[in-house]
Design a protein around this ligand. Structure first.
Ligand code: HEC
Length: 205
């Protein structure tokens, strides 16, 4: 109940942010139809999207950590298998987004495979990160839709299920192999680009 209230407040705040931003940008959008050319508007959508990605991330991490702590990582793999996509889908509708999803160039679930545009951005971020730059988010505009790409970076906890196969507990690895025969999401170290949150927002009129 408390969580729902927070989500609702976040959604309202983001909605207001986007509305206010768009009203101040009317001149630009009338001339070109491209609202993101206005830096202030760009930044408003960027931070609204970041709020959505971070909120969805928190919900996933909370559920994942809960599953690991209660029944161990092998059970948590099973949990992610049945719950990850339904959870992100329900966040998407609670936040009134067109869609919210996680994608990767080295995906575990075939449904999370990055498309051409998403892959292009992932490939752009990788060398930047190797040069020590932070992985930045980015927005794209198409028709009535604004799409935000927000990098997902690995940490210690992720290593339970995304590290080198030799470092994953054998029961956990067996579960991963059973549920995802074409898994490509192992072999990661900490602080690497694991994929993107892709947040599709409606352009406010
Ligand atoms: C308990 C095992 C486990 C842990 C720990 C874990 N993941 Fe995953 N991860 C999975 C499973 C299983 C999937 C596939 C979910 C599905 O079927 O939708 C997945 C999918 C993903 C995806 C979606 C793309 C894809 O490959 O399908 C991303 C991104 C991701 N994980 C990032 C992370 C990050 C970042 C962390 C650490 C913060 C993490 N994971 C921790 C098991 C885990």
């Amino acid at each position: 109940m408390k969580k729902n209230a927070i989500v609702l407040i976040l959604a309202i705040m983001s909605f207001l942010l986007i509305r206010c931003g768009n009203e101040s940008a009317n001149n630009t959008s009338e001339q070109t139809g491209n609202v993101l050319e206005d830096t202030a508007v760009y930044n408003q959508y960027l931070s609204a999207g970041a709020g959505y990605a971070s909120e969805a991330g928190k919900v996933l991490i909370k559920n994942l950590t809960g599953a690991i702590n209660s029944n161990g990582p092998a059970y948590a793999v099973q949990f992610c298998n049945t719950r990850a996509i339904p959870l992100t889908d329900s966040m998407s509708s609670a936040l009134h987004l067109i869609s919210l999803k996680r994608v990767s160039d080295r995906n575990r679930n075939p449904d999370n495979k990055a498309n051409e545009q998403e892959l292009e951005y992932i490939e752009l971020l990788k060398p930047n990160m190797q040069n020590g730059e932070a992985a930045k988010p980015k927005l794209m505009e198409a028709g009535d839709k604004i799409t935000g790409y927000y990098p997902i970076i690995t940490n210690t906890m992720c290593m339970n299920c995304h590290a080198d196969k030799s470092k994953i507990d054998s029961k956990t690895l067996a579960k991963i192999n059973e549920l995802y025969p074409s898994d490509a999401a192992t072999g990661y170290a900490e602080n690497q680009l694991r994929g993107l949150w892709v947040i599709e927002m409606e352009k406010k009129k």
